[in-house]
Design a protein around this ligand. Structure first.
Ligand code: THU
Length: 137
């Protein structure tokens, strides 16, 4: 039996979760983001003694993708102990890099093996968007 592309993404999210640096909350998060060209980028949460400096796993993965020169993704897997959803800040960051939030799949994975599938539009139905803010590049 072949391994599905979803299983690969989930496996990578779970693997990078092992590298999460979360000594303050103890809540480990791993994220694996598949760019539209098929390449996968991963990130873990990185906490800091100055709590507000914490970087979420999803935004770590976005930074890795953009740093590799890619600005579009199609699938994201997030691994936590309880299948938790990405925070609002991460969802707004994620929507920056999609063509259509209705076509972007998000797999939420719990450590017991549960995986639930969602669309970005479902998790962020009214993300910030304004024609009054102009893109300069
Ligand atoms: N966290 C993430 O990595 N992603 C989210 O979308 C929500 C929260 C992290 C931040 C912090 O290290 C820990 O989970 C508890 O909030």
């Amino acid at each position: 039996m072949s391994i599905s592309s979803d299983e690969i993404l989930v496996t990578k999210a779970k693997a990078v979760r092992d590298h999460a640096y979360a000594p303050y909350s103890g809540y480990l998060v791993g994220a694996a983001l598949r760019a539209t060209d098929g390449d996968i980028f991963t990130g873990a949460n990185v906490e800091n003694l100055s709590f507000g400096l914490t970087i979420c796993a999803e935004r770590s993965a976005v930074a890795a993708m953009v740093s590799a020169g890619k600005t579009r993704w199609s699938e994201l897997a997030v691994a936590t102990k309880d299948g938790g959803t990405p925070c609002g800040m991460c969802l707004q960051t994620l929507v920056e890099f999609v063509e259509d939030p209705a076509n972007c799949r998000i797999l939420l994975c719990g450590s017991s093996g549960t995986v639930t599938e969602h669309r970005l539009i479902e998790l962020l139905p009214m993300g910030f968007a304004s024609d009054a803010v102009r893109r300069v590049g």
